[in-house]
Design a binder for this molecule. Sequence first.
Ligand code: CMC
Length: 430
Amino acid sequence: MAADKTATLNLNGSDIDLPVLSPTCGPDVLDIRKLYAQGDVFTYDPGFTSTAACESAITFIDGDKGELLHRGYPIDQLAGKSHYLEVCYLLLYGELPTADQLEEFETTVTRHTMLHEQMQYFFRGFRRDAHPMAVMVGVVGAMAAFYHDSTDITDPWQREVASFRLIAKMPTIAAWAYKYSIGQPFVYPRNDLDYASNFLHMCFAVPAEEYKVDPILARAMDRIFTLHADHEQNASTSTVRLASSSGANPFACIAAGIACLWGPAHGGANQAALETLKEIGSVDRIPEYIERAKDKNDPFRLMGFGHRVYKNFDPRATVMKQSADEVLDLLGIEDNPILQVAKELEKQATADQYFIDRKLFPNVDFYSGIILEAMGFPTSMFTPIFALARTVGWISQWKEQISDPALKIGRPRQLYTGAAKRDYVDIENR
Ligand code: CMC
């Protein structure tokens, strides 16, 4: 991107001109790539709070307005009018598909859902009580050992096949991780079912009897996938990009993304949020937990609250809250005590000065667990479901990065605060 403005930094009495880049949306970006060469100085921004690590045309977030756009389209429109595989196409290729393009895309994804039969032995090697995220990190990384013909990142065709394989097989991997953990037989994918229905089928069907996917639950599942599909340069996506910058194969990069997503500050928050709501248990205990969240001597945080970028509201949380109401209503679950605690907690926390001052609002993870639990998933499956839905975001960002001719290995510098150079001391003299 060419700069049309410059900013001047005065450093030790000398002026250094820095190009100012203007994005389609969002604040201007100072281009500091030549700063070290020109000024012998680094910049310091450990949590990347003010640093753009890449150029991207996929997703845009306006944290103040609470806006999330995929290729320009607002998330509430996509969640309301589109469906997950169409959003996958949009993220991957930049435009909404025509009917023919969508049909071809869906057929291709559907035809890649089976796992290499030998991969079953990987699952069987894990302890039954392994967290499904641990299984997913291992099995996705192991795909590089099974699909050699899609690991050459210099070949565009192999990159395309790897993308399809990852998007198509992730539901099978997540469902099998679940089945293994409860000691039930693995259920094979079915090509006559749509993406979300197929996932529910692989999770909840058993060979002994017929299982009919509830279309209401399939629609809610699809919406959860859509709301998690991509989220700009978050921690796991940045991990995928950093891993990929060394030329690593796609399966290794996505396994790295899954590992990062697992943390409670990121994708692991959906499990932690529901566990917190259950721990609170009843509306009368909410003030006690709000006080704990505010107490700097208590490590407790309200999981599902706060976001690095959203400082007004998380648009995904708005859709998720509506969806929780709808799903519980349609399932005939009236007066769900956890949903009541969640709504009251949101009301009390967002009226509290601590939360107002710090701009802390419910995020996407606050309500998703309530829906997933109503569908029959245990809390340990919440983050794997996030991982399977985010796979298309990771892949889209990975493809964008790999296709960039200006790609360089990611190699941050540091503010060194260790010992200065000193001489080795023999052990008898220490
Ligand atoms: N409960 C209580 N206080 C909080 C919370 C919370 N959930 N989140 C932030 N704060 C306070 C924090 O203590 C700090 O206060 P002070 O300025 O007095 O020191 C202030 O708000 C700013 O917090 P921060 O940790 O510096 O903000 P951050 O941008 O680095 O972190 C966050 C963002 C999402 C990691 C954080 O808000 C958090 O830990 N939330 C809970 C975990 C969570 O729900 N994560 C899911 C994020 S959305 C899904 C995803 O993208 O994965």
